[in-house]
Design a binder for this molecule. Structure first.
Ligand code: PHB
Length: 370
């Protein structure tokens, strides 16, 4: 049955943009930039393929500074060359009348001194290391707790990165405050043992994130600012003792101080973000935040294996729905959902490889039929 009349295909205002539908490209690490973290023509092709008129796309996590972490072939937004590389992407996407936000990323303790220019140790809220090994097979190191002055420096780096994103032609930025990276390490009590104004109460643990939002809003305006949060996430050993209180506080502060933000983007936790398991729906753990936030709300939650549940959630909540794996494998995902066409299966083994295979070679539906 055609889904054209469903809520997921109704327009919505997001920041300064009139979206024509609510099928969102989720932020996805794909590792196709250069060794200097400069976006490539291949990335421009990938984003252009996934652009649709009035559709919202969020880029892969993008480093705000050379010391924000470094995954080989992940992009940055802190050099002129990187800004130039991103310009090709924003122009290609805008030609197709799509809307694109850049995701601002700092790894915190998920980084490693081995990848920093002068062997600087990874930083975090507290000296609590991540268990297990990183993607290169190295043990995670014990991070160095940030000094208060250094927090202020990183807030400034977020602000500058947001300005760079606007220079590069983005419609806005999404602050990555989820999934166990730097800001989330401050939010969660399991990784934040500080006794200063950045630790202890939910209010204190949320402070860094909210200061970063204030700085970005001041630089580029609330309509071009957004944020991603993941209450109750367990990925990267995240744990918080006061889950609903913590994220209700953050959401209430955003509603009170920045009601004009473009959107709030929530990840509903699932057992294993790298798993292929079917989403158990509805978990409905995001309901408290939907009640607080009055503006556009994106839910991301493993909907590739529960597409109908995503469409139903859009219907019952008016939310935008972010798709990751399904959008990797289906450049024309919004069209496929609109017409109820079958989806290409995704191939996890090429998510993080190099070159076009598994990146820009997934067929469009019509091409597949011709
Ligand atoms: C990853 O690259 O593995 C990754 C990046 C950002 C996330 C989650 C996972 O939010």
């Amino acid at each position: 049955m055609s889904t054209t009349t469903r809520a997921i295909f109704s327009p919505i205002q997001v920041g300064n943009n009139n979206l024509q539908h609510r099928v969102v490209l989720a932020p996805l690490t794909r590792l196709r930039a250069t060794l200097d973290a400069v976006p490539t023509d291949l990335q421009a092709e990938y984003y252009k393929q996934r652009a649709s008129e009035g559709g919202l796309m969020i880029t892969e996590g993008t480093f705000i500074h050379r010391l924000a972490g470094h995954y080989e072939l992940a992009p940055g937004i802190y050099t002129q060359e990187q800004i130039k590389g991103w310009k090709k992407i924003t122009s290609a996407v805008h030609e197709k009348k799509a809307v694109i936000f850049l995701q601002l990323w700092h790894l915190g303790r998920s980084g490693h001194s081995k990848w920093n220019p002068n062997g600087e140790r990874a930083v975090s809220a507290s000296a609590v290391p991540l268990s297990g090994k990183n993607r290169y097979g190295d043990d995670h190191e014990v991070p160095r707790p940030l000094e208060i002055d250094e927090i202020k420096v990183i807030v400034e780096q977020y602000r500058q990165a947001a300005l760079n994103a606007i220079e590069a032609g983005f419609d806005g930025v999404e602050l990555h405050s989820a999934n166990g990276y730097l800001l989330d390490q401050f939010i969660n009590s399991g990784t934040n043992h500080r006794t200063d104004i950045y630790g202890g109460s939910a209010e204190n643990r949320a402070r860094f994130t909210l200061e970063a939002i204030d700085a970005i809003v001041q630089a580029i305006g609330p309509e071009r600012t957004a944020i991603r949060l993941s209450p109750g996430e367990v990925f990267q050993d995240m744990h918080d003792d006061t889950e609903v209180e913590t994220w209700s506080h953050i959401t209430s502060e955003l509603q009170k101080n920045h009601p004009q933000l473009a959107y709030l983007h929530f990840v509903q936790s699932r057992a294993n973000i790298f798993g292929n398991d079917k989403q158990i729906v509805p978990l409905n753990t995001l309901q408290p935040y939907r009640q607080i936030w009055k503006g556009p709300f994106i839910t991301a939650s493993g909907f590739t294996t529960a597409v109908e549940a995503g469409l139903d959630l859009a219907e019952s909540t008016g939310n935008l729905i972010a798709f990751g794996r399904a959008f990797i494998a289906n450049p024309d995902l919004p069209e496929r959902l609109r017409h109820g066409w079958e989806l290409n299966p995704y191939n996890r083994s090429t998510f993080y490889t190099q070159g076009p295979v598994g990146y820009t070679d997934y067929p469009f539906y019509n091409a597949a039929k011709n």
